[in-house]
Ligand binder design. Structure first.
Ligand code: ACO
Length: 365
C-alpha cells in the first residue's frame, strides 16, 4: 500500500484544537478530555472553547448564548429559497447549498471570525427544520425560540420536543463528534480557507467531503446493514458474505484508531442507557462482536474495531431521529470543528498546495 496516496502520517498543520492518540484511544479538545466535556458542558460552551481557546466566563457565556439564539433565525428570502429547492435533494445537499448561499452576505469577509462561525453553526438546525416542514407541507412554527442548541436541533430534526434525557444524549453526541483532527472534511475546510475563500465556502465544501459513506455518510448505512441482518442468527452469514465479496463493513475501521475509539465507547454507553431492552440495540451489540471477530479472521493484524459511526447511529435512533437526519446531525456538530480549523488556518495562512508525481507518458520525440 502506498501510504503517501492517503497522506497517512503526513503532518500538514500544527493545531492546538484536538489531540488524538490512536494507540491509547485518547481524544482531547484544547486540554480537556472530550468525554468529560460531553458529560459536563453544553455544546455552545464547547464551541466557545474551540473557537476562542478557553471556556467562557459566566458573563461571556450569557452574551454568547444570546448571540447564538439570535443567529439561528433565517431571513424570509432564505426560507422561501429553501422551500423552492427540488424535493429530491438530500438534506446534506440542502445544507451544502444553503451554507454556500450564505457566503453572498457581506458579513463573511475573509479572514473568518468566531462571530461568523456562530452565524453558520446556529443556523444549521433551522435550515433543516424549515426544509423538513416544507417537504411535509406544514408551517415552520417552533413552540419555543429560546431553547439551547441541542433542544433546537432535536425539534428541527424530529418535529418533537425532546425529553431532557434525550436532549442530554443528543448534546453529548454533538460534543463528542465536534472536532477530530485532520479528517477528510476538516482538511477540505482548511484547504478552502487557505485560498482566502470565505468561511461559508469552506464549510460547504467540507459537507461535500463529509457525506461520503467512508466518512460521515456511514451512520445511516450502519442502520441499513442492521435492518438487512434483522436477526442474530443471520449475522455471521451476512457479514461473511460481505467480506467474501471484498466489501467493507460500514461502521468498522479507522485511519487513526488502532484500538477502540473513545467516542465509540462513550456513545455505546449512552445508547445502552436509552435502549438496553430494545431488540434492535441487542442486535447491534451482537453484530459488533461478530464483525470484530470476523474482521480479525479476514483482515488479520489490521486492528479493526467499531468506529464512532456504529454507535452514533444507535444513539440517534434511540433519540428518535429519522435515518436521513444522521449525516445532517453530524454536519451540525462537525461544523464547529471545521470553523475552528478555518480560524486556526487563517491565523498563519499559507495556501495548501501539495505535489503529485507524474506517472503518465511523455510526448514522443
Ligand atoms: N471492513 C473491511 N475491511 C476493512 C474495513 C472495514 N470496515 N476497514 C478497513 N479494512 C481493511 C481494508 O480493506 C484494508 O485491507 P487490505 O490491506 O487487505 O487491503 C485494511 O483494512 C486497511 O484499510 P485502509 O483502507 O488502509 O484503511 P483506511 O485508514 O484507509 O480507511 C476507513 C479508514 C475509510 C474508515 C475504513 O476503515 C473504512 O472504509 N471503514 C468503513 C466505512 C466507515 O465506517 N466509515 C466511517 C469512518 S468514521 C468517520 O469518518 C467519522
Amino acid at each position: 500500500m502506498n501510504k503517501a496516496i492517503g497522506l497517512d502520517d503526513v503532518v500538514v498543520a500544527e493545531t492546538a484544537l484536538s489531540a488524538i492518540d490512536g494507540e491509547r484511544g485518547h481524544l482531547v479538545y484544547r486540554g480537556y478530555w472530550a468525554k468529560e466535556l460531553a458529560l459536563s458542558s453544553s455544546l455552545e460552551e464547547v464551541a466557545y472553547l474551540l473557537w476562542y481557546g478557553r471556556l467562557p466566563t459566566q458573563a461571556e457565556r450569557t452574551v454568547f448564548l444570546q448571540k447564538w439564539r439570535e443567529a439561528r433565525e433565517l431571513s424570509e428570502e432564505m426560507q422561501r429559497w429553501l422551500m423552492s429547492l427540488p424535493r429530491s435533494l438530500s438534506m446534506s445537499s440542502v445544507l451544502q447549498s444553503a451554507i454556500a448561499a450564505l457566503s453572498d452576505e457581506t458579513q463573511f469577509d475573509w479572514p473568518p471570525t468566531p462571530d461568523q462561525a456562530l452565524q453558520v453553526a446556529a443556523k444549521i438546525p433551522t435550515i433543516i427544520g424549515v426544509r423538513r416542514h416544507a417537504l411535509q407541507g406544514v408551517p415552520f412554527d417552533p413552540p419555543m425560540r429560546d431553547w439551547t442548541h441541542a433542544q433546537w436541533h432535536g425539534w428541527c430534526t424530529c418535529g418533537n420536543v425532546l425529553p431532557p434525557r434525550y436532549v442530554r444524549a443528543l448534546e453529548a453526541y454533538l460534543i463528542l463528534t465536534a472536532e477530530h483532527g485532520l479528517n477528510a472534511s476538516t482538511f477540505t475546510a482548511r484547504v478552502v480557507t487557505s485560498t482566502q475563500a470565505d468561511l461559508p465556502s469552506a464549510l460547504s465544501a467540507a459537507i461535500g467531503a463529509l457525506k461520503g459513506p467512508l466518512h460521515g455518510g456511514a451512520p445511516s448505512h450502519v442502520e441499513t446493514m442492521l435492518e438487512e441482518i434483522g436477526d442474530e442468527r443471520l449475522a455471521e452469514a451476512y457479514l461473511r458474505s460481505r467480506l467474501e465479496q471484498g466489501e467493507r463493513l460500514i461502521g468498522f475501521g479507522h485511519r487513526v484508531y488502532k484500538t477502540v475509539d473513545p467516542r465509540t465507547e462513550a456513545l455505546k454507553e449512552i445508547a445502552q442507557e436509552m435502549a438496553e431492552e430494545e431488540p434492535w440495540f441487542r442486535l447491534a451489540l451482537y453484530v459488533e462482536k461478530e464483525a470484530v471477530r470476523l474482521l480479525q479472521e479476514y483482515k488479520p493484524g489490521r486492528q479493526l474495531y467499531a468506529n464512532v459511526e456504529f454507535y452514533a447511529s444507535a444513539v440517534l435512533k434511540a433519540i428518535g431521529l429519522p435515518k436521513e437526519m444522521y449525516t445532517p446531525t453530524f454536519v451540525a456538530s462537525r461544523v464547529i470543528g471545521w470553523a475552528a480549523h478555518a480560524l486556526e488556518q487563517a491565523a498563519t495562512n499559507r495556501i495548501i498546495r501539495p505535489g503529485s508525481r507524474y506517472v503518465g507518458p511523455m510526448p514522443q520525440e
